[in-house]
Design a protein around this ligand. Structure first.
Ligand SMILES: C[S@@+](CC[C@H](N)C(=O)[O-])C[C@H]1O[C@@H](n2cnc3c(N)ncnc32)[C@H](O)[C@@H]1O
Length: 342
């Protein structure tokens, strides 16, 4: 049986009550108490006779309906808050392991994107000089718009994807003009391996390491936490690795190797999904402006939610980007439309 109170209503309840998320999550995990609480708060809506239905009687932690409901809640709360709750001492507050809920939430997000895509036409031909498509960096053959002044990107963060850094260097060598730039944001965790892979790629190409820029990320996120959820690390900066094709002509004007971010985000309505690894748009605008001139071609082979594309478009550059996942390309196209240059 489906719970009577939907995850959206629960989120509204959270806001309405100014309750700490932890306390509400606790209500969720002890269903009777939550039912009573919900009844008190939404008195008119949940009458006495409805109470047993607020949460199912057969509260079974392996029940798929429950998992879906929890996962929905998780997608509403977002990664950071969910992780914070798990760290805050409420052990496994919702009865499933974090990984199980995360996986279910990802599936729900994908389904939402798929449903949104059906309703939305995929072409963005009305945005000039921007091209996006589905492709795999390891097999993509050629670029459609010619040679790039810069590849500005944010490769996947997982250990299994480390090999893409080698492939990225080889790709950059193929698509860049002489003296062009490869500018890639990295996580901290696998940094030694990231450099190993980049150098592997550089060996057979004319790509050369130039510098590492630090981007200050305000607020300190914990998404790169690898020591343990009970021992979080506040990540306050991220490296951006810079290679050039052949010898760099010269450093770009006004080049500084420390960037401050206001953590500005793409405009995305609450009802629409965001890419889980979406980067601040102000950082990518700054990088595009630093490394390229107006009208130059900027390429992002790991398009994600399209942050680099939006940055390139807003600053009057030509852009070409792709992602291995169709739903990400669709999301990037929607973001390009919503965030187009004024
Ligand atoms: C860290 S995310 C990029 C996020 C993006 N910067 C943003 O702000 O939304 C990396 C992206 O690379 C994509 N990806 C992973 N492997 C790929 C491959 N071999 N070829 C193309 N895209 C790939 C993933 O689907 C993911 O969307």
């Amino acid at each position: 049986m489906q719970p009577l109170i939907s995850t959206e209503e629960l989120a509204a309840l959270l806001r309405l009550q100014g309750n700490s998320t932890e306390s509400l999550i606790r209500y969720v995990s002890t269903e009777r108490e939550f039912g009573l609480r919900a009844k008190r708060v939404l008195g008119r809506k949940f009458k006495e006779r409805d109470l047993p239905e607020i949460l199912p009687e057969d509260w079974d932690e392996h029940n798929t309906e429950h998992l879906v409901w929890h996962a929905n809640l998780y997608s509403l709360l977002g990664d950071a808050e969910f992780a914070r709750i798990l760290r805050s001492g409420t052990k496994n507050p919702i009865g499933f392991s974090e990984l199980t809920v995360r996986k279910a939430a990802q599936k729900i997000r994908r389904e939402k994107i798929r449903a949104a895509n059906k309703a939305r036409p995929l072409n963005i031909e009305d945005i000039k000089n921007v091209e996006t498509y589905v492709a795999d960096l390891t097999t993509v053959v050629s670029l459609k718009r010619g040679k790039a002044m810069a590849v500005i990107t944010d490769p996947p963060y997982e250990q299994q994807a480390l090999h893409t850094w080698k492939e990225l260097t080889e790709f950059a060598d193929r698509v860049l003009v002489e003296h062009g730039w490869l500018v890639a944001m990295s996580g901290q965790h696998w940094l030694p391996d990231v450099f190993k892979q980049l150098e592997k790629g550089a060996k057979s190409t004319s790509m050369k390491y130039r510098w590492t820029i630090a981007v200050h990320t305000p607020g300190g996120t914990t998404s790169q936490d690898w020591i343990g959820l009970d021992n979080p690390l506040n990540v306050e900066w991220k490296p951006i690795i810079v290679y050039s094709k052949g010898d760099a002509d010269k450093w770009p004007d006004k080049f500084r190797d420390f960037l401050l971010s206001e953590n500005e985000r793409l405009v995305v309505p609450d009802t629409e999904p965001r890419h889980p690894d979406e980067q601040p748009i102000d950082v990518f605008r700054r990088l595009v402006e630093l490394f390229t001139k107006p009208k130059a071609l900027v390429v992002d082979p790991f398009l994600g939610g399209g942050t680099t594309g939006v940055a390139a478009h807003q600053t009057g550059r030509t852009f070409e980007g792709f992602d291995i996942l169709k739903e990400n390309v669709a999301m990037a196209r929607a973001n390009l439309k919503r965030n187009r240059r004024a």
